[in-house]
Design a protein around this ligand. Structure first.
Ligand SMILES: *Cc1c(COP(=O)(O)O)cnc(C)c1O
Length: 370
């Protein structure tokens, strides 16, 4: 059996040691004679699994005591609706449009709340993070996408938010789907910090939501379904209904792997080394380049293009690149269907050797296709 280097943007590669452990426990988890897939979520065997996963989230992210950690379903995309449905009071929210996921969040929010798009980088194909000063106004919340998976940008510094007329601060809400635990992050800066798990934390199926207690309301917008109300899940320890048990179990193993590898600081070091190597290669190349402005570059998702300017020839060259890379054991390098080009996602689990193998392949491909 040979494993490939998987550069997928999500679902994405998981640490090999985690997959091996899960395989070893598949038929008989800790002497229970069952797989974690098969057991009741209310059983003695399962209770510690979800409790330990939550404890690891809290310790690795330094989650303050006045925040709840929720394991929800419906993906990050369901949060696009849950956030306005649960946070709407004044009736208006501020959004920053930094890419396709931010745009989807804006479109969904508009169904429930007035949206002010206070800044956008759409004018240059989302290739940078717009400058945002202190966010002021009568807003229920301000919303950003911390790392833009498709276009490969990230917020280098968080925007400040001001106080509303009643003296309370505008809560900052962040989609951290593609950067959670890639480097240290200060949860106390956010009202809600959430991430679909399938990029950096687990297989698909669970969304991690970290929410400050005062934002958990019993009066979301009228008609909000029980399952889309944060309070339902907060009051029931994410066990109002059957949680995605197996995914939570794998998340626990991934978090333990992160802890063993130096926690968020260790991940930052590991990820910085990989990204620095790859950006340096792109910046020194006469064949490839990064379309993203230097001060906005993502640590996790790195799009790149060739110098070919004819659109048809460029598309054919990209296709050849992706196919030959896959044949060499470097898979899922096509850019997102909406932006084209190529993209290498270097999530926590991608080893440095994978990046080195990619660069060696790119060198060979450039020499053969000049
Ligand atoms: C992948 C992704 C999403 C969508 O996640 P789903 O779980 O598929 O709904 C949203 N935001 C960002 C930043 C993403 O990377």
């Amino acid at each position: 059996m040979s494993r490939v280097y998987n550069f997928s943007a999500g679902p994405s590669c998981l640490p090999e040691s985690v997959l091996k452990e899960a395989a070893a426990e598949m038929l008989d988890y800790h002497g229970t004679g069952q797989s974690v897939m098969e057991m009741s979520h209310r059983s003695k065997a399962y209770e510690p699994i979800i409790a330990e996963t939550e404890a690891l989230v809290r310790s690795l992210l330094n989650v303050p005591d006045n925040y709840k950690v929720l394991f929800l379903q419906g993906g990050a995309s369901t949060q696009f609706a849950m956030i306005p449905m649960n946070l709407k009071k004044i009736g208006k929210a501020a959004y920053v449009d930094t890419g396709i996921w931010a745009d989807k969040a804006i479109k969904e929010a508009k169904k429930f709340i007035d949206v002010d798009v206070i800044a956008s980088s759409k004018d240059k194909g989302y290739s940078y993070i717009p400058k945002v000063g202190k966010i002021e106004g009568e807003y229920d919340y301000a919303y950003i996408t911390l790392n833009n998976t498709i276009v490969g940008t990230k917020w280098a510094a968080l925007p400040e938010t001001g106080a509303r007329a009643d003296g309370t601060q505008i809560p900052l809400v962040a989609d951290a789907s593609s950067c959670i635990l890639s480097e240290p992050m200060d949860i106390s800066r956010f009202g809600i910090f959430y991430a679909g798990a399938q990029k950096n934390l687990a297989p698909a199926g669970v969304t991690l939501v970290i929410i400050r207690d005062d934002l958990i309301t019993d009066s979301p917008v009228p008609g909000t379904p029980t399952m889309l109300t944060y309070k339902t899940h907060a009051d029931n320890g994410s066990m109002y209904n059957t949680p995605p048990c197996y995914t939570i179990y794998i998340m626990g193993k991934v978090l333990a792997w992160i802890k063993d590898n130096g926690g968020a600081e260790g991940m930052k070091k590991r990820n910085q080394e990989k990204a620095d190597l790859f950006y340096k290669y792109l910046d020194n190349s006469s064949f490839y380049r990064s379309p993203v402005e230097k001060d906005s570059r993502s640590l996790m998702n790195i799009p790149f293009v060739t110098g070919e300017t004819d659109p048809d020839k460029a598309a054919a060259l990209n296709k050849k690149f992706v196919a030959e890379a896959a044949a060499a054991g470097l898979v899922n390098l096509a850019g997102h269907r909406l932006v084209g080009g190529m993209r290498a996602s270097l999530y926590n689990a991608m080893p440095l050797d994978g990046v080195k193998a990619l660069i060696a392949f790119m060198d060979k491909f450039a020499a053969e296709n000049k």
